[in-house]
Design a protein around this ligand. Structure first.
Ligand code: NAP
Length: 239
């Protein structure tokens, strides 16, 4: 993997790559947490392949950075739509799922393949949904209520940070990212661009918010890496 920006390096070694994605020191954070999102997209901005998942977009470089970003996070934050579409596996790493409905089928691998060593998923949900939690879900997950009829994202992020989960990695999807951006909660965006054109639509784009964002966050590029035609970019919100 080569670094194109800031200072060109022909071959980054694993330590340099890890350093390139290190989370800033907590003293510089805007909040008690650092919220980073990681997305892969095509040249024309599609984040979902024809099969309704993002896996087919992934390249070796994307998968490397996906794993690295996870290894640098305390918790993975993800929308229930992505968990359902991508059928997330159970993990020893904490995974927090944002869900208004708690509509999470028991046959998802996250639940069906769960072993004792796996960490119970954290469900960030509403008190309305929580009041009707199916018993099997209550036994399998940690349920955190963050609002009555909608999930208040700052409350959800605070709840994670109060559990010591301060380095938060959002893995999507677009709907959750859009709400994060609308709340001006994003600190960092990792965008991997793969050399494909698929045809972006409002249904598969990174973020779709009619009327735009207010305030409009300004992002500053931290690095641009390249491997076999995949561009790996990292952007940090300017104060
Ligand atoms: N290219 C990439 O890097 C990438 C990354 C991630 C996902 N994806 C793809 O994106 C697609 C999924 O994206 P998506 O936008 O449909 O789904 P999403 O954002 O993952 O999930 C949407 C669902 O999450 C819950 N949710 C999200 N934001 C919420 C909020 N602010 N408050 C309460 N609940 C909230 C709701 O769950 P309930 O319905 O349970 O109430 C909502 O229906 C999949 O096809 C996936 O493969 C691509």
């Amino acid at each position: 993997m080569q670094r194109l920006y800031p200072s060109p390096v022909e071959t980054l070694d694993p330590d340099e790559l890890t350093a390139a994605y290190s989370v800033p020191q907590s003293g510089s954070w805007r909040h008690p947490w650092w919220l980073r999102a990681n997305f892969v997209q095509t040249l024309d901005g599609a984040t979902v392949a024809a099969d309704g998942r993002s896996k087919a977009l992934g390249t070796e470089a994307d998968r490397l950075v996906f794993r690295l970003a996870r290894s640098l996070a305390d918790v993975v934050l993800v929308g229930a739509g992505t968990v359902r579409a991508e059928d997330y596996s159970p993990s020893t790493q904490p995974v927090a799922i944002v869900t208004r409905s708690l509509n999470l089928p028991a046959d998802l691998r996250l639940f069906a393949e769960r072993q004792p060593e796996h960490t119970p998923p954290i469900l960030l949900t509403t008190s309305t949904a929580a009041a009707a939690t199916p018993p099997w879900l209550a036994d399998t997950c940690t349920i955190v209520t963050c609002g009555t009829d909608s999930v208040d994202l700052p409350t959800a992020l605070r709840a994670l940070s109060e559990r010591g989960l301060t380095r938060i990695l959002c893995e999507g999807g677009a709907s959750l990212l859009t709400d994060i951006l609308a709340g001006d909660l994003l600190d960092e965006l990792i965008v991997t661009v793969v050399p494909q054109l698929l045809g972006a639509t409002s249904a598969n784009h990174l973020s779709v918010r009619p009327g735009g964002l207010d305030p409009v966050p300004r992002m500053k590029v931290r690095h641009v890496l390249e491997q076999k035609g995949t561009l790996l970019t990292r952007w940090v919100r300017e104060p």
